[in-house]
Structure formats: C-alpha cells, structure tokens
Write a protein that binds this ligand. Sequence first.
Ligand code: SAM
Length: 203
Amino acid sequence: MTQAFDDETLRFYRSNAAAYAERKPAGATLARFLGELPAGAKILELGCGAGHHAEAMLAAGFDVDATDGSPEMAAEASRRLGRPARPMLFHQLDVIGAYDGIWAYACLLHVPRDELGSVLRRIHRALKPGGLFYASFKAGEAEGRDRLARYYNYPSEDWLRARYAEAGPWDALTVERSEGKGFDQELASFLHLSARKPVTAPR
Ligand code: SAM
C-alpha cells in the first residue's frame, strides 16, 4: 500500500511557505467557478497554499473553509485572511454533504497515483448534491518529480477521467487545457477539470 501523501513534497511546502506566499497564483478559472455557485455558497479549499484564492472568495462574499496539509502554509493563509485556515491533509477529509463547492487548485497533482481515487471519493462524499468541484493537474503520462523534488502524478486526460468515474457519478465533467509556469519556473501543460455531483447522487 502506498502512503496517502508524499513526505518529501510536504517537506518542501513546510520549508518554503514564506517564499510561496510572495507568489500570486493564476486565477482565471476562479471567477468562472465562483460564477457557477449561488451567492454566499459554502466552499472548501483544499491545498490553499498562502490563501490568495481564499482571499478572493471571501472578498466576493463566499463562506470559505481554507485548508492545507502544511501547517506552515495554513499559518501563511491565516495571516493573509485574518482568520484561521485549517491544517488538513487531503485524505483526512471526512465529512458528508457539507459543501456547495470544492476548489483544489494545483494541489491534487501531488497525490500519489494509487491514492487519488480514494481522495476523489472523499471529495465526492463531502459535496452537497448538485455541488461543484474544480481541480487542476500538470499533464503527463507517468508519475515523477520536478527539479525541486516534489512528487507529481502527471496524469493524461483519459487516466484522470477514469479515476473520476470510479469515484462517483458526476454531471457535466469538463476538461480544459492551459500552458503556464509553476514555482519551478518550468513551462508545463495544465489540465483543469470541473464536475458537478448530480442532484440525485447517492452519498
Ligand atoms: N492552491 C495554492 C495555490 O494555487 O497557490 C497552493 C498550490 S501548491 C502548488 C500545492 C499545495 O498543496 C501546497 O500548499 C501544499 O502544502 C499542499 N499539499 C500538498 N500535498 C498535500 C496533501 N497531501 N494534503 C493537503 N495539502 C497538500
């Protein structure tokens, strides 16, 4: 059995939280996600990093539960938000039907391949019926590490679609692509997935 998270990757974020906080993530997909939620919706942010996206969600009037697996990163986010962001690893998500939306920007890409299905099932379960889920990944064909030693699952679109299908029924699963640079400054191809839990889905 693989471990539910990658130690070396988390160590990287625990030691580089302050440097990471100075870097604003891209946000083009956030406005669309928020536009598809009802006003004041309850949003869980996974892997919130230094809290830039949570800050924008709060400013837009949403009820945000910001979380990150690195306590140091959650502390950076808490400072930015002026309210607590919770330390939580993805596989510790254990609530049922609690959120209108779940936002996971450039973070589930660090989940070991064998564990991603289980994390997606937890996300499906945590959404309310009709809830919206967004996640982005760095595209590829096989797992590996970047030059900063961070683990990436580097999925193809087909591989990801199969993991989503195993995790539960989804309505309107859409996949879009973009190019961009991450913290390592290497040009990468990103996959952006949006999906809705059906209103009639079993929990
Ligand atoms: N979403 C933020 C952004 O766009 O700026 C941060 C993205 S950063 C590339 C990935 C984040 O995922 C880091 O803050 C890291 O601590 C968090 N992370 C990595 N593995 C995690 C895990 N197993 N559980 C929870 N968070 C994790």
